[in-house]
Ligand binder design. Structure first.
Ligand code: ZN
Ligand code: ZN
Length: 286
């Protein structure tokens, strides 16, 4: 009973804390703005009121509301300790340089590592079921940016924290960059069809990332970049100036619709395929 009371108290404290309330307010405001823009482009706002988008909302609550932090608590505590004791200056390879250099170096190195991590998630038969959760959404909205299996997200966090510690970035800058990146990825996942024109060769626009989610075979395994599209250009995986995809999502694997079943899906899928290894990943995703 005591444990239950304690749990409820922690939840109440968290859900009335400023960071959670601010994030929820920003998310609600962005959702309203994007719904309006999409409505002006002739797209129905009704597509937000579907089972699939509700699942994305459950992912948002999972990440914003502290449930994700609870799952990766041991790692979270370790990173939290390192940040508090060193302020992301453990190795501080760029110590002689201005903090702005640290921030730019952190963004470039992290994005480069995440580009390759992303390609790995698509290439590995064992990891693809985890990342396929993100690609299973057929209705792209800003909430799709939260639809990540927690294992996928733990990989991202380990990369960001490790590079933050090696490069040496001010802790406050790390938090701001994380917040800005969250908003930026919300724009990328909205079905706005926005392109940055010539800047699409450097930065990932909504149009550029929409191609990565396209269900058309000619778009498979393209546009892996998160912040910078330049990696895709260098390594030959870029599709620029593409039409807005007609359809989003994947055919294989068939991902269950609910948050809870998706939580266990990758392990179930891998266990099942271990007994039938001939078709683990669709040929297009190898
Ligand atoms: Zn992907
Ligand atoms: Zn995406």
């Amino acid at each position: 009973m005591n444990l239950l009371r304690k749990g409820i108290a922690i939840c109440l404290h968290l859900w009335t804390s400023r960071p959670v309330l601010t994030t929820l307010a920003v998310l609600a405001a962005c959702t309203a703005i994007f719904m309006f823009i999409e409505w002006r482009q002739g797209r129905s706002w009704r597509r937000y009121f579907t089972r699939a988008v509700l699942t994305d909302l459950e992912y948002a609550i999972f990440y914003i509301g502290g449930f994700f932090a609870a799952i990766w608590y041991p790692l979270f505590r370790l990173f939290d300790y390192l940040v508090r004791t060193s302020g992301f200056q453990s190795f501080a390879l760029l110590a002689p340089f201005h903090p702005a250099v640290h921030i730019v170096a952190f963004m470039v190195v992290t994005d480069f590592a995440e580009y390759w991590k992303h390609r790995w998630m698509h290439a590995s038969p064992r990891l693809w079921p985890f990342h396929s959760i993100h690609h299973s959404q057929q209705t792209m909205t800003l909430l799709t940016s939260y639809r990540f299996h927690f294992v996928d997200e733990i990989f991202n966090n380990v990369i960001r924290f490790a590079i933050g510690l090696i490069v040496g970035i001010p802790a406050a800058a790390f938090l701001w960059l994380t917040a800005l990146m969250t908003i930026y990825q919300s724009i990328q996942h909205s079905d706005l069809g926005w392109s940055f024109g010539p800047l699409d060769r450097i930065l990932v626009s909504s149009r550029f990332h929409n191609v990565h989610h396209s269900a058309e075979p000619r778009h498979f395994l393209r546009n892996f970049g998160l912040l910078f599209s330049v990696w895709d250009l260098i390594f030959g995986t870029a599709v620029l100036r593409a039409e807005r995809p007609a359809r989003y999502g994947i055919d294989d694997p068939v991902v269950p619709p609910s948050f809870v079943s998706q939580f266990f899906f990758p392990w179930r899928r891998n266990r099942r395929e271990a007994h039938a290894p001939e078709i683990l990943v669709d040929a297009a995703y190898k």
